[in-house]
Each structure stands twice: as structure tokens, then as C-alpha cells.
Design a protein around this ligand. Structure first.
Ligand code: SF4
Length: 329
């Protein structure tokens, strides 16, 4: 048998990422070219999704990315230039700042992230303290914690459970970031339940369908490979988790690597390897995976098989704000 590539399916874009990118593309298309006043057609707060290639591509089409709303000039706010909030969501403070400046906001927060924001507000109203498993500093976690910083207690790992302290009569509920490792989170939840047996879990896990499906598929391809390449950016939580899940499934048989694109692959990774598993994070365009496959073919991995675990048919409609056309100078 020749050297093989084992491709995971599902991989790549999820419905939330698809919607966020389409949101910016729709605004760019409707803008009809350069404005007379020299303002850009659209601003985007933070990376629309955590993928360098996607951001560079939209920037080349005219979108201007900012870290904070303060970087958007008053003239742009006054002219009604849309400002898009990324798929990861924002804090109420950011929304308030945009409202105070009269900005034309188009909110591309993934509906599954918005669901967690709503859960925070509901549980706080009902008197709960919330334990939130997430990654400190990640945009999604910042947004969710920002809904009620005094009642949302962020932990990252099982080892952090010891730092928490609640009275037994304190209602407690668990919420999580959407892109965690299912296996690692299970360990953290077990530690939480051992310490706070009355901890309530929401009716359905906050770890989203795309995260679960991609992790299940990567586990299977890793079992059939002796090296795994995950395409995704370093700041993409779900891509990094995929690499960790792949490494766990590979065990001592080989290594899992994460790359932004084929150019980052090191030829020595494939010395003595017969089968390379390939997958990609939820924010990764498939052409980047195609580039990795092409490069691997060039190294003699000519047989390509796909392991399909589930068919995804999730789709989210565009943000409602897009029904109003952006004004033009
Ligand atoms: S990974 Fe999940 S939560 Fe994040 S944008 Fe995609 S569908 Fe939404």
C-alpha cells in the first residue's frame, strides 16, 4: 500500500463562521465600491473569525479591522458605516459604547455563543452563581464573563476547581465556552461535581455541534494515521483543541501538528510516516486544506481517503441588521 492521507469529514467552516464571513462579504458587495469621502465600506471589531487568511482576504476587499471601537473615527460613525461584531461576541460594555456613539452595528456573533450570553442573564436573574469553563482572554470568554463579571467565575482546568468556594445553599450552574475539548471538559466537570455535588448543568451542552463533530472525526482519523496535520490559526480555540484531541488519539504512535497553511509544514514531520491524518478548524477555508493535500501529494502521499462521521446541515440566517442597507456618502 502507498503512502496515504486520511481526511476528516466534517472539517472546516461551521455555520457560525460561514454566517460571519458572509455578513462582511454582503456589506462589501452592497457598498458598491470606494466612497467619495474616503471612508471604508465596513469596519470589523477584532478578527471576524480566528483565521489569518480569512481576515487578510476581507481586508484586501476593503474591510478595516480594528481592535477597539475607539479606533473607528466619529466621521465613520456619523456616516453610518457599519461596524461588524465578530462571531465570538462582545461584552455589554462594547454594545453600550457603540450605542452611545450612534454606530450602525451589525452583530455577527454566532447564535450559539449568543445562547450562552442569554443563559448567563437568565441564571443570574434566578439567583445562580455561574461557573464558566473557558480560556481566559479569549474573545468569546471575555464577552460571556462580561455579561455579569461578579457572578460568572471563569476556570480553565480541573486544577482550578480548588480555587472556588461556595456555600452549599448557593445555587450553582455550569456553562462553558463553545469550542472546548469534550474529553478535557468532562474531567473538569467531574472535579467540579465532586466538590460541588449540587452544581446544575444546563439542559444541553454549550460545546457546539461543530466542535463535537470535528473532534469526533479527528479522533477516528488519528487512529488510522501516524501523524496528524490540523489546519488552523494559533489563536483559534477549536483548531488548537483539535490538535490536542488528535495528539491524545495518536498517543506514542506519532505527533499532531497545527499549521496556518501548507507553507508551515516541516518535511521532517513525515519521515517514516505511512499515513497522515488531515483536518481543519471551524474557521478554516477548505482551499487551505487543499493546499496541504497538494503539498503532501508532492511528498508521495498519493492515496486520499475520507472518513465521514456525520453529515452537517446546520445553517444560520444573516444578522437582522442587514435588512437595513448601509448608507453611502
Ligand atoms: S464553532 Fe460553534 S459556536 Fe463557534 S462559530 Fe462555529 S458554530 Fe458557532
Amino acid at each position: 500500500m502507498g503512502k496515504r492521507i486520511v481526511l476528516a469529514d466534517p472539517r472546516g467552516f461551521c455555520a457560525g463562521v460561514d454566517r460571519a464571513i458572509l455578513t462582511v462579504q454582503t456589506i462589501l458587495k452592497a457598498s458598491g465600491g470606494p466612497r467619495k469621502d474616503g471612508l471604508p465600506p465596513v469596519y470589523v471589531r477584532r478578527q471576524i473569525v480566528h483565521n489569518r487568511h480569512v481576515v487578510d482576504d476581507l481586508a484586501a476587499q476593503g474591510a478595516v479591522f480594528v481592535q477597539e471601537l475607539s479606533e473607528v473615527p466619529d466621521a465613520a460613525a456619523a456616516a453610518g458605516i457599519p461596524i461588524v461584531f465578530s462571531a465570538h461576541g462582545v461584552t455589554p460594555g462594547v454594545k453600550a459604547e457603540a450605542a452611545a456613539r450612534g454606530m450602525h452595528v451589525v452583530d455577527a456573533t454566532c447564535p450559539l455563543v449568543s445562547k450562552v450570553h442569554r443563559e448567563v442573564l437568565r441564571f443570574v436573574r434566578e439567583g445562580y452563581e455561574i461557573i464558566y469553563i473557558g480560556h481566559r482572554g479569549h474573545d468569546e470568554a471575555v464577552g460571556v464573563v462580561g455579561e455579569s463579571p461578579e457572578h460568572v467565575h471563569l476556570i480553565e482546568h480541573a486544577a482550578d476547581v480548588e480555587s472556588l468556594d461556595f456555600r452549599p445553599d448557593q445555587p450553582l450552574v455550569l456553562l462553558t465556552q463553545t469550542t472546548l475539548s469534550i474529553d478535557e471538559t468532562a474531567g473538569t466537570i467531574a472535579a467540579l461535581k465532586a466538590r460541588f455535588p449540587w452544581l446544575k448543568e444546563p439542559p444541553s451542552s454549550d460545546i457546539c455541534y461543530a466542535t463535537s463533530n470535528r473532534q469526533a472525526a479527528v479522533k477516528l482519523i488519528a487512529q488510522q494515521s501516524d501523524c496528524v496535520v490540523i489546519v488552523g490559526s494559533a489563536n483559534s480555540s477549536n483548531s488548537v483543541r483539535l490538535m490536542e484531541v488528535a495528539q491524545e488519539a495518536l498517543g506514542d504512535r506519532g505527533l499532531a501538528h497545527r499549521v496556518d497553511d501548507a507553507g508551515e509544514m516541516d518535511p521532517t514531520w513525515f519521515d517514516g510516516v505511512d499515513a497522515v491524518g488531515v483536518s481543519s478548524g471551524a474557521s478554516v477555508p477548505d482551499e487551505l486544506v487543499a493546499g496541504v493535500i497538494e503539498a503532501l501529494r508532492g511528498r508521495g502521499f498519493t492515496e486520499v481517503s475520507t472518513v465521514e462521521t456525520i453529515k452537517e446541515n446546520m445553517h444560520f440566517v444573516l444578522p437582522s441588521e442587514l435588512r437595513r442597507q448601509p448608507s453611502r456618502a
